[in-house]
Design a protein. Structure first.
Length: 483
């Protein structure tokens, strides 16, 4: 609330579809993000520059929060050698994201997107400052004692700050709709994939180095400084296309009913989210076993570096989408990418060769932005802006919970049954013709089965009514927005 009277509503002109849209000063009807703009409308280049500023800001924020909670995981393990403690940190992070995403989406729908981003940045800064104060005044032995409340409070303060920052990722997806022309949204979503890849590369290398060389205290200090910089930079950004929150039917702070209704309003969209969730279930297999397999082949120092090299695939995939887009039907592109991922996941451990594994990881990660960007593009094109926050939050809640669940299930199965079988004389002899020889043939068997399941699921999806429904909805929305 500024205390000033709002500006008078713009005059309206009828669009070809009969929808009233505001006029610019020259009298030409304009539209932003496929809907009537709420305020002054700038040309596409100006809006793209604003989006670039928001994207870079979000990239730094994501890197900072991941850097700190990865560092927390490393620090806790190095000081305690307790895998339960590290499991709690990772599991709590994913659980908090799953539980909070619908609330985040509700707030994104109810408030201006930049205001949401500024709130998230400020809240995260406060949490990181509080964690720094705790680290300074609390003896380290207390912070690392799982039987004392200090460990849990310290961990939750950092994780809550990192989780709330994820609200910005939902808001970022809606700013694509507001700021980017419909025919360029897939390209913009590819750039978002590049940001995610950069986060993987930087955090996989810097978090360990920071804890080892600087210690946890200075690591928190670095995170505080970077978070403050992103918060200050957000204050310099302006988005006049959204002078006021878009009128929405979102209610309260946890609009589960409205989120579900928004998803069901688009034929086939719920099934698309379920498919992405299923894909994440399968991806949880790789999440659980990729590091153990890499550590069987390489030293821990070499593995961290090589995984960072493999993670450059994220950037390449995002750059390809930014350049070429996703084609006329992003859903079709998504399913082809899933099939290719299944093939790669099935074959990159057929032999215990380090170069094959790293090349396979790189190619696998090239494809992930295609899947993420395709889902985002379909939602942005088919869901009204006033409901997009809840739809993105609903999807994030489902999909973020999937991979950890599979990881928690598959890890003990592999540890206690599959790997011992593969290392037995009988199992090794049976697997050798297909998977070769080596100590990690059990993990390779799990990867092979997971890849085949992924391929079959994607091929089957092509023949479902849902595929035709979502494709048709996307095509109608694209045609309606074509000048």
């Amino acid at each position: 609330m500024t205390g000033q009277e709002p500006p008078p509503p713009p005059t309206a002109a009828a669009s070809p579809s009969g929808t009233a849209v505001p006029e610019d000063p020259a009298g030409a009807a304009v539209r932003v993000g496929g809907r009537a703009a709420d305020g002054p409308v700038r040309d596409p280049k100006q809006r793209s520059r604003t989006f670039a500023g928001i994207l870079v800001n979000t990239a730094l924020a994501n890197i900072t929060t991941s850097y700190l909670w990865f560092a927390l995981t490393f620090w806790v393990y190095l000081e305690t050698r307790n895998v339960i403690a590290t499991g709690v940190v990772g599991g709590a992070y994913m659980l908090l994201i799953a539980l909070s995403s619908i609330s985040f989406g509700t707030f994104v729908d109810r408030f201006r997107k930049l205001a949401v981003m500024r709130f998230a940045a400020g809240f995260t800064l406060v949490m990181f400052l509080l964690s720094g104060a705790m680290f300074l005044v609390t003896p380290t032995a207390w912070l690392l004692d799982l039987t004392q409340p200090w460990f849990w409070v310290f961990t939750l303060v950092i994780l809550i700050g990192a989780v709330v920052e994820n609200m910005r990722n939902i808001a970022l997806s809606t700013t694509v709709t507001i700021l980017i022309e419909p025919d360029r949204r897939a390209n913009a979503n590819g750039l978002v994939g590049m940001v995610q890849g950069l986060m993987f590369i930087v955090t996989s290398v810097l978090s360990g180095l920071s804890v080892g060389l600087l210690g946890m205290g200075w690591t928190i200090a670095v995170a505080v400084v970077l978070t403050a910089l992103t918060a200050l930079h957000l204050l310099t950004l302006r988005m006049p296309e959204e002078e006021h929150p878009v009128p929405t039917d979102a209610q309260g702070s946890f609009d589960l009913r409205g989120s579900f209704a928004a998803v069901l309003a688009i034929p086939g969209l719920f099934a698309l989210i379920l498919f992405s969730t299923f894909n994440n279930f399968v991806g949880g297999v790789y999440m659980a076993l990729m590091d153990p397999y890499g550590l069987e082949l390489f030293s821990v120092e070499m593995w961290g570096t090589l995984f960072a090299v493999g993670a450059t695939g994220f950037i390449v995939g995002g750059a390809l989408i930014g350049k070429f887009g996703l084609g006329a039907n992003p859903l079709r592109t998504m399913l082809f990418a899933v099939i290719a991922m299944g093939v790669l996941g099935a074959v990159f451990t057929l032999r215990e060769w380090g170069w094959l594994y790293i090349a396979g990881i790189w190619a696998y990660l090239v494809l992930i932005p295609f899947i993420e960007a395709a889902e985002q593009t379909v939602i942005q094109q088919t869901v009204p802006l006033e409901r997009q926050g809840r739809v993105f939050g609903f999807a994030m809640a489902f999909e973020s919970a999937a991979a950890p669940v599979t990881a928690f299930v598959i890890a003990p199965i592999a540890q206690f049954w599959i790997i011992p079988y593969a290392r037995s004389a009988e199992g090794a002899a049976q697997l050798a013709p297909l998977l070769g020889e080596g100590t990690s043939r059990g993990i390779a068997l799990v990867f092979l089965v997971a890849g085949i399941v992924m391929i079959l699921a994607a091929v089957a999806a092509f023949f479902t009514p849902v595929y035709r429904q979502v494709s048709a909805s996307y095509a109608r929305a694209a045609a309606a927005l074509t000048p």
